[in-house]
Write a protein that binds this ligand. Structure first.
Ligand SMILES: C[S@@+](CC[C@H](N)C(=O)[O-])C[C@H]1O[C@@H](n2cnc3c(N)ncnc32)[C@H](O)[C@@H]1O
Length: 275
């Protein structure tokens, strides 16, 4: 098999093109070491002589694209990631929403859901709110481009760092909404009942997504270039209710885009566009 030095620039470029074509993720030469590390295992698994042969497999076998996408995406996430967002959601957004909408179901979209911690964080906070306001209703749609990570999310089975993080920050919620298994913890049926997982590429029109009151688009824009970010934001906005709230990740900002999202608070925007 090729070693790193033997992978020529044309081959590296061809891989970057494949990544962009299938995910919209923009990678530059600086990312080759990262990408090469991820590809190496697959090239060995398929017993291919080198990376160029894997490019041929990608062209010849469309089903390999699924594994390729799983390989090249970064799925880092955690429960209650960026605590300020969750303080806003539970402390400001939900009470205001319930006051103005009553029992109309709140529609939340976790738009790059990874292994599901974000969606189940929303579900835990909504369940807690419903305890105090039984008329409150909600539905969560969680989407991602990766098949393997979506299967993990739907299984709702967590171990290691993920569970340790939740135990440290919210031991009460861990006890209430998860039960122990032989090798981890699984989310309670009450949480899972309100979350639907579906494959969706943010670069494609969000026609079958519906209309969302809250969209979490966190820690995914950073992987796209400016044109890609703009295209994704336009797709996402078309799937949002007027006055719907968009929440982005800690190192993401919409300040350079002028497309109808009004700044509310850092990381939190409101859809100003009327149909
Ligand atoms: C770093 S994780 C962020 C997870 C979660 N939103 C968070 O903030 O903790 C980024 C996720 O975006 C997904 N992703 C990357 N490109 C995508 C695309 N074009 N469409 C949908 N999801 C994508 C990846 O598969 C990955 O699970």
């Amino acid at each position: 098999m090729d070693n790193e030095r033997e992978v020529d620039q044309a081959t590296r470029r061809a891989f970057f093109d494949q990544v962009r074509r299938h995910t919209g993720i923009a990678m530059s030469e600086r990312k080759w070491t990262l990408l090469e590390g991820r590809l190496r295992r697959r090239v060995r698994e398929l017993a291919l002589p080198g990376y160029r042969d894997y490019l041929h497999v990608l062209e010849a076998k469309p089903e390999e694209v699924r594994d390729f996408i799983d390989l090249v995406t970064t799925n880092e996430t955690s429960f209650f990631r960026t605590p300020r967002i969750w303080e806003y959601f539970a402390g400001q957004f939900l009470p205001r929403w319930f006051e103005t909408h009553g029992g109309t179901p709140l529609r939340v979209w976790s738009a790059a859901a990874s292994s599901g911690e974000e969606a189940y964080t929303v579900a835990m906070l909504c369940e807690e709110f419903r305890e105090r306001h039984p008329a409150f209703r909600y539905r969560i749609l969680a989407t991602d481009i990766g098949d393997a990570i979506l299967r993990k999310a739907a299984a709702a089975h967590y171990q290691g760092r993920s569970i340790e993080g939740l135990r440290q920050t919210h031991p009460d919620l861990l006890a209430r909404y998860f039960s122990a298994t032989d090798d981890g913890f699984v989310a309670a049926p009450a949480l899972r009942a309100n979350v639907t997982f579906r494959k969706h590429n943010l670069h494609e029109a969000a026609r079958d997504i519906g209309t969302m009151d809250v969209t979490l688009l966190r820690n995914v824009l950073i992987y796209f270039d400016a044109a890609g970010q703009q295209a994704v934001l336009e797709n996402v906005r078309r799937a949002m209710a007027p006055d719907g709230v968009l929440i982005v990740g800690e190192s993401e900002s919409l300040s350079r885009f002028d497309m109808g999202f009004a700044f509310e608070q850092p990381l939190i925007y409101r859809n100003e566009v009327r149909p």
